[in-house]
Design a protein. Structure first.
Length: 352
């Protein structure tokens, strides 16, 4: 396994991260234990979770993932791995998180971290992400900024917690030893630059990592954000490298095959876009024409992009997890990479 450093944090992490959002829904405690033990045995040291997991989020299952992870963690030596969790933001209809409404104010962030640490049975998080922005931004399948969403039904401006306030709370948590480094998730270039500017001007903590969607069907990161990452020395933790399973090719072969797409019909709106089936088919054919599985093609592409610090993978079975990790050892040839670019130019970002 190869390793990298998250931004300027000094925290060394594996190039593959084990995601846990299936724990507590599709995976049992024993399944989780097996996956975690296997991942560590393969050199993976970064484990990613969130207070709202498992996904899809529901009132009946919320926080189960952290609880399951906590049961495993109490049997481990804490400094063997790096642990990341996330604070859920507001305005996503999840009133069951912390009793609602959630937000990025001091009380909410501190309560979220306190509760996560309790469930995880640990004293600190190595990385704390803000799961999505407090303010109005396009995300989770939205792809156009809408100024009208800045105002309520009575045409009054909607309030959001200032970025400086958010950073001040995060600074407190770092000073108290409860968090080592901070990150943003589902952010846009303006937000990243504002967090950096305010941190610099006010002497507040600097973000080390950005966790955003990135895969063969969603390469929006390349339109502006990669320059930000490069010039500001921020790592990317890429999530959804298999596009909710679409890039494994299994739904091309059998659209009704059991999986997240068929189990959770109303979820993951970015993969409901009209160009997704054709793109999935094209990339599956491209992979097989070069002697690769669709999974190898999709994962290796993300694993080895110059701006990707670590790639978050998840699995519902050990067979999937083993295949996903093994794909790291299959770098793509220049010929394959060129073919991917040609395909990308013909059907660019069908799942923004």
């Amino acid at each position: 396994m190869d390793y990298t450093t998250l931004g300027d944090s000094g925290i060394r992490v594996s190039k593959i991260t084990l995601g846990t959002m299936t724990f507590g829904d599709q995976n049992t405690q024993q399944d989780a234990n097996n996956q975690l033990d296997f991942a560590l045995s393969q050199g993976i040291n970064l484990i990613d979770t969130a207070e709202m997991y498992p996904v899809p989020p529901r009132a009946e299952t919320v926080t189960r993932t952290e609880t399951i992870l906590g049961h495993w963690m109490k049997t481990q030596v804490r400094d063997r791995f790096v642990l990341a969790s996330k604070v859920a933001g507001p305005r996503r209809g999840m009133q069951w998180i912390r009793g609602g409404p959630t937000g990025m104010d001091r009380a909410n962030i501190r309560q979220a971290v306190h509760d996560s640490l309790t469930r995880l049975q640990t004293d600190y998080l190595d990385v704390l992400y803000l799961h999505w922005p407090e303010r109005n931004v396009p995300m989770f399948g939205q792809y156009q900024f809408d100024p009208r969403a800045e105002r309520d039904a009575n045409d009054q401006p909607l309030d959001w917690v200032p970025i400086q306030t958010q950073l001040e709370v995060l600074a407190e948590l770092i000073q108290e030893g409860k968090v080592r480094a901070i990150g943003l998730s589902n952010e846009q270039p303006w937000g990243v630059m504002e967090f950096l500017r305010i941190a610099r001007e006010q002497g507040l903590p600097r973000i080390a990592v950005l966790q955003n969607c990135y895969n063969l069907m969603n390469r929006g990161m390349e339109f502006g954000m990669t320059e930000v990452l490069y010039r500001e020395r921020i790592s990317l933790a890429a999530y959804s490298p298999l596009a909710f399973g679409h890039l494994t090719g299994k739904y091309v072969d059998d659209p009704a095959t059991p999986g997240r797409v068929t189990l959770f019909l109303g979820y993951a709106q970015r993969y409901k876009k009209p160009g997704v089936p054709a793109a999935a088919k094209a990339y599956a054919e491209l992979a097989r024409a070069h002697g690769l599985t669709p999974t190898q093609l999709a994962l290796s592409f993300v694993y080895h992009r110059w701006f990707v610090g670590t790639t978050i993978i998840g699995a519902t079975s050990m067979t999937q997890l083993q295949e996903n990790i093994a794909a790291y050892q299959t770098p793509l040839s220049d010929e394959v990479l060129s073919a991917i670019e040609q395909q990308h130019l013909m059907m660019m970002n069908p799942a923004p």
